[in-house]
Design a protein around this ligand. Structure first.
Ligand SMILES: [Fe+2]
Ligand SMILES: [Fe+2]
Length: 364
């Protein structure tokens, strides 16, 4: 496996048609002369944001390797085509190739989404009127840069990467173009971060590979603060809006959820591997196991949406139709606590391994 590419773009399965992407913006940069940091919850989050900074190059041991056959050592059934005859009949080498490509595709989307989060967090710093929110969002900017850095390093170990998918790009584009400050939170902090958290959790909890576990657990430790930030900011703001304004948000929200559920497919992988794309996509869409995985992606979004007060009929009906309404009662704070505990446990395990190695060196 390739380790440190001098040119990341060379890892892409297809040549880039453009090395940059620009999204036109139309919003005001907002200064605030009052310097009021009155919200204890927001300032508490800012304090945590400062205290929990970490360095991806030292907290994670990058000399750890991925598995040759199954990079993150994930259960086979997590590959969407695992139940298809065409996969079952593949020689072992091709199966390994399919696992490597699908995992790289998924991590690539994490990395691309993280760059979206980086840009959105910076936009929030500029645009949001409250000083305490500006303070907190500034810690998120460095968090997101570190996440891009971590996934980039992990993907370099795969030796293959995928470009951003059209639906993710469309959602980031819509989120950034909107000139209303709360829409950046709604699109990025609630929808994209919420989906990402659930996806990271699946990898963190099922991957047997220590490097993959660490990257996902440490990123999640930060992400749960980001979701809490969106929740705090919007919970205060949405009750002040008119019903019509709230309806507009609900419409955007439910459309974004459908977009990510129905159009976020790994087509690019099946294409690259030379498999019948539509057959793979249809299988993935109809397989009960994949349906369960897809619904699980909403575990972190639904309770937040309810909490921020975008809980009108349209949203409830949409979530009921998607089969994810039951997540409304998820205990988000318990999940966040657990994200923190798992990351700390991995730190303890890593420290134990390091000190054992050092003691061994000293004794020899
Ligand atoms: Fe992130
Ligand atoms: Fe984030």
């Amino acid at each position: 496996m390739t380790k440190t590419p001098t040119n990341f773009a060379s890892l892409y399965t297809e040549a880039l048609s453009d090395t940059t992407w620009t999204v036109p913006q139309n919003y005001d940069a907002c200064f605030n002369w009052v310097y009021d940091t009155g919200r204890a919850g927001m300032m508490g989050l800012y304090q945590k944001g400062k205290e929990f900074q970490w360095d991806a190059t030292t907290r994670i041991d990058w000399s750890q390797e991925l598995d040759e056959e199954n990079p993150q050592q994930l259960p086979e059934e997590m590959l969407p085509i695992a139940g298809m005859d065409l996969y079952k009949n593949m020689p072992a080498k091709e199966k390994a190739q399919a696992r490597r490509h699908f995992q790289a595709w998924q991590l690539s989307q994490f990395m691309q989404g993280e760059q979206g989060a980086l840009i959105c967090a910076a936009k929030i710093v500029t645009q949001v009127p409250d000083v305490d929110s500006k303070f907190y969002a500034s810690t998120q900017v460095i968090d997101e840069a570190r996440h891009v850095e971590s996934y980039r390093m992990l993907l370099a170990k795969f030796g293959v990467a995928y470009q951003i998918t059209p639906p993710l790009r469309e959602l980031i584009d819509q989120t950034l173009r909107d000139s209303r400050w709360d829409m950046t939170y709604l699109g990025m902090q609630v929808v994209i971060e919420g989906l990402a958290l659930a996806a990271f959790q699946t990898t963190r909890d099922y991957a047997q590979n220590p490097l993959a576990q660490q990257v996902n657990a440490y990123v999640m430790q930060d992400e749960s603060r980001h979701v809490a930030f969106g929740r705090l900011a919007l919970r205060d703001y949405y009750p002040q809006l008119t019903q019509k304004e709230r309806d507009e948000r609900e419409e955007f929200l439910i459309e974004a959820c459908y977009l990510m559920r129905d159009r976020f497919e790994a087509r690019e992988v099946w294409e690259t591997l030379g498999l019948p794309v539509q057959e793979c996509v249809d299988f993935q869409y109809n397989s009960p196991l994949m349906k369960t995985f897809r619904n699980g992606l909403f575990m972190r979004i639904v309770p937040i949406v309810k909490d921020i007060g975008l809980w009108g009929e349209k949203v409830r009906k949409g979530y009921a139709e998607m089969g994810v309404l039951d997540y409304a009662d998820t205990d988000v704070e318990a999940l966040q606590k657990n994200d923190d505990t798992i990351a700390r446990e991995l730190d303890a395990r890593r420290d134990h391994i390091r000190s054992t190695i050092q003691a061994g060196i000293a004794a020899s």
